[in-house]
Every structure is written in structure tokens, then in C-alpha cells.
Design a protein around this ligand. Sequence first.
Ligand code: SF4
Length: 417
Amino acid sequence: MTQKTTFSVEDLRRRATRQVLPTDQPPEGATTPDAKPMLSFTAQRRGYPPSHLADLDVKARKELLKSAGLPGFRADQISRHYFGRCVAEVDKMPDVPASMHDIVTDTLLPTLINSARELVADEGRTLKTVWELFDNSRVESVLMGYKDRVTLCVSSQAGCGMACPFCATGQMGFIRNLSTGEILEQVRHAMLTAQDGKLKIGPNRLTNVVFMGMGEPLVNYRAIVEALHRMIDPSPEGFGLSARNITVSTVGLVPSIYKLADLGLPVTLAVSLHAPDDELRDDLIPANSRWKVGDLLDAAYHYYSVTGRRVSIEYALIQDMNDHVWRAQLLADELNQRGRGWAHVNPIPLNPTPGSIWTASLPEQQDAFVQQLRAAGIRTTIRDTRGSDIDGACGQLATEVNSQKAATRRANVRNVQ
Ligand code: SF4
């Protein structure tokens, strides 16, 4: 009879040959070689977009209309068009008199986001949109079609203050939080796109929403919670999406995870872990300098205990940085010591940038990492990288559009000098 040999994390660690560190090169998109990731919770801009129907609950919508001299019941009608039919143009709402169009548009339905650029990838299965906001900030959302679902990846902030060195958005800094309306407008547009059958695959309706676009959602906690309610609640309060198909992703704002758990909404929590040891994670995810791996996994386990929702552990596999087998075993140990079956690990090969040390793990290393997790009883599913041919990593496209704009501005300045 053959006996199964098991190795400890230390045994496996001794065999590892190469360790690339996040500090070996400047952060992704940095403009100076000595740039350092700087965690920030302070927005660069104070301005906020105009108030919108999607920012408010039905009661507040009625009050706002009444204060504009219109009967409150119109709020209900307009909300049904907006949330039930995804219509935001008053001239497409036959029961709203023409005499009210201007005032309704100004009071409840100002334009919050405009498409600045659209890109198609993966043979029409992925659509990426860069949105321009009222203050010229840019954010992006990605719509992905699968056989059985259509998933929207939404942005929750312009820029991001979490400064993850492998992420282009992180290098933009924290520009500002998006309003609930700006988040829900991304959702409404995606619903229309799916309805119109613009994706080459998947049902003709939006089924899933993930907060994995630009920004750290839990920094924008209030707007996110409002947006969650309005995505889940049925029309005329909201869009009526299934809470179970909505995922809030975080790099690990521990106190906010506990707050979110207490809300009792059955949405999925995804933790962008990327390293199971503080030694590496301190440099890979600057937020780890505040909230350590152990505290983060305790909070994630609490979320599971309270909501009954299995937590997703996101793990971008970066060659020779975090893809060692000993790290897979350490991750498994950390998860198993808190309980069985409460977390699902999703390794995802990093979208590579040419010439960077941030590059995707080799397939054999990826397989070894996954096997080690599975052998330890951890549910593990490799996620596919969508949109890698259109700057699929979060923030890359908006950064590129911004830098093109900046380059154009610089060129214009040179022209007039
Ligand atoms: S990976 Fe996410 S949390 Fe980190 S800087 Fe990028 S957008 Fe922010």
C-alpha cells in the first residue's frame, strides 16, 4: 500500500527557488522610478454629481418632486419606467405629460454618465465602456457574456486610494467616490445592452453584478449599500436583481466587512487576498499595513457565519511572486483552521503588461497551485481573464484614455507656446 506523503508549509517553502518582490520595480503605471504606493482615504475632488432618482428611495423621490411643484404620485410612475423598463428619457414615458418633461429631467433624471469609448473583445463576448462623469472623471465598466449568465463589473470610485502596485487604477490615486446614481447608471446601461442582444453569448438580460471595477467599494460604503438595495429591491424601488448574484469585492477593510455582514443582505463577499502571508501582502496590498491577513480572514469568516454566503477568495497569480506551492498550502491552512467549506478560492492569471515583473504565472505553476489547494480540501476554480486584449485589468483603459487626453492637452499647450 502506498502512503500519501504530506509536506508542511516550511518543507515546501525550503524548496521554493525564486521570489520576486513587489518592491523590485516601481508600481504599475508609476511616472517616476522611485514612486511608492501610498494608501489614501481622502478624495482629490470634493464635487458631487447632481441628485438623481437612483440616489433616493421612493419616499424621498416623492418629496423632491413635490418640492418642485409636481404631484408626488409621478415619482412612482417615473420610477417604474426607470427601474422596470430601464428608461431614463422622459419623452419615452407616455404617461408623463410633455409640460413636465423639463422639470422631471432636471429634478430626477439628469445625465450622470456619458460613454467616452467602447471596446469589444473576446469575439463579442466582452464589452468595455469608459464613462465620462459630470466633472470629466473617467471610470469604466465591463460587460461579460457567458453561456448561462451576463455579468457586469462596475466601478465604485474614480481612481482608488488603495494603491495596489500591480493595478493601474491604484496609481491614479483616489479622485472621488461615485454616487449611488452613477453606479446604478452603469447597471441600467448594461441592462439595456444585454436586452438589445449586443453580446455574442449569454441570456438577453443582466444576471450578475460584481463590484470589481475601479475603486475599493467599502471605502464608498454608504453609496454602495444604497446601490445594493436599489439593485435588489423590486420595481418601483429598484431593479429587482437577485442578491445572490451580486458580489462586493474588497482588499480588506475589516471594520466595513463586519458592518456589511450586520446588514444581512445575502450578497457575496469577495476578498482580494493575493497572498496568505503578511510578509508579502504588506507590499502587494498596501491596505494590509492596516488590516492583517489573520484579521481579514476572521472578518470574512464572520461574514459567512452571519449571511450563510460562501466567501470568494480572489488570488491573482503572479509569476514567482505569490504563486508558490507553499503559499497555496499556507492559504489552505489559514482557511481550514477557521472552518470547512466556507470559502471558495478563485485564482486568476494576472493580465500581463509587457516587460513588467507583474506577469501571469506559468500554466504548470498555476496547475501546481490549484492542485495543492484542492488536495487540502479547498474548493478552487480558475477564473478566466476577460478583455486582456482591451486593457482588461481594472483601470488600464481609463488610465490610457486619461493619459491620451493629458498628452493631447500637453501637445495643445506646446502648439500655442
Ligand atoms: S486592485 Fe482594486 S483596490 Fe487595489 S488599487 Fe486597484 S482598484 Fe484599488
